[in-house]
Design a protein around this ligand. Structure first.
Ligand SMILES: Nc1ncnc2c1ncn2[C@@H]1O[C@H](COP(=O)(O)OP(=O)(O)OP(=O)(O)O)[C@@H](O)[C@H]1O
Length: 310
């Protein structure tokens, strides 16, 4: 279990992290999302000991991280960290040995991961001769060759073609299924929604929402889509329990004050009184919508929202 506990970090007058707190459990894929500059990379760099925190603690399996436990973490840095002129295979073996593997283990892991990631035929090539997407596959292999217990990946999906996204997703799921805590940052919210067991939304150096996508949905406003073709314009505007009405490509969307049966019943009855009702359904917000809401909502004293288990 990887615990980020109350981490704060300033760069001069910039507050990069302000009490960042979350836990990635064994066998959990955790998506770390937030706007540019929200503090994701700084958090990961502190977790890896590349940067020191001003306050707070990072723990792995209940113990503060130290040099030896950091070697149990496979890290994919945002700035990537490969030697451009070293051959792929040589480099991966070197990185595995640096992390304590024997020469034979390093060779076997290099063969296994380059095959798994579709770059076995590039083992003899200098890294700089590979396309950016293939360099990224090498970077993932570099995070995996020492068989880490934990994976911390900074935007591993950025710039990958759809096939590479599938391979990367599969590998992350496998590691999760093998019991590793896996955390990655991404701006690709559909991917995060599809892949992650839990999501943490970061804004201005702290978590403003956290949970499974289902929990985040539950905590967000209740919306219903209504298709009542004979209803006059404005039919729902003054209904009790309706907080807002908007027209979208899906139809008329009503935001309700609550999700109670009474409120839903009132709205359905009112829709029926207008004539036929072709559609009446709860609308589930996408992660992108939840994210926009969480980020827009924020003010400096915002705490994690209801449903957030920070
Ligand atoms: N070495 C540094 N010196 C000064 N400021 C820094 C440094 N590293 C990060 N920052 C600042 O700290 C804040 C958090 O940056 P960070 O890179 O962690 O954000 P991020 O969420 O990873 O963003 P992105 O999505 O763009 O990668 C930003 O305001 C950034 O400008």
């Amino acid at each position: 279990m990887l615990e980020i506990d109350g981490i704060s970090k300033r760069f001069g007058s910039t507050v990069a992290l302000d009490g960042m707190t979350f836990t990635v459990r064994p066998g959990e894929l955790y998506g770390f999302v937030g706007a540019n500059g929200a503090g994701k990379t700084t958090t990961m760099r502190i977790a890896l000991g590349v940067l020191a925190a001003d306050a707070g603690e990072v723990r792995l399996d209940d113990r503060p991280l130290d040099a030896s436990s950091r070697r149990r973490i496979g890290y994919m840095p945002e700035e990537r960290g490969l030697y451009p002129r070293m051959a792929v295979g040589t480099q991966l073996r070197y990185l595995a040995e640096l992390r304590g593997r024997s020469a034979a283990e390093a060779r076997a892991a290099t063969e296994r991961w380059t095959e798994r990631l579709g770059i076995a035929d590039r083992r003899a090539d200098e890294v700089q001769r590979l396309s950016l997407g293939n360099q990224q596959r090498v970077q993932l292999a570099a995070a995996l060759v020492a068989d880490p217990d934990v994976l911390v990946l900074d935007e591993p999906f950025s710039g990958l073609d759809p096939m590479a996204v599938d391979v990367m997703s599969e590998v992350l799921r496998e590691r999760r299924d093998a019991g590793a805590p896996v955390v990655f940052s991404s701006h690709q919210l559909e991917l995060v929604e599809r892949l992650c067991d839990r999501v943490g939304i970061v804004r201005a150096g702290r978590l403003v929402a956290e949970g499974t996508v289902a929990e985040l949905r539950e905590a967000s406003a209740t919306e219903v889509v209504v298709d009542a073709p004979r209803a006059a314009t404005g039919w729902a505007d003054v209904l009790p329990g309706v907080a807002a009405v908007r027209t979208t490509a899906e139809g008329t969307v009503l935001t309700l004050a609550d999700a109670s049966d009474a409120t839903l019943g009132t709205v359905l009855d009112a829709a029926r009184r207008t004539g036929p009702v072709h559609e009446f359904r709860r609308r589930r917000p996408t992660l992108a919508e939840i994210y926009r809401d969480a980020v827009a909502d924020h003010h400096p004293d915002a705490r994690p929202r209801p449903g957030a288990a920070a």
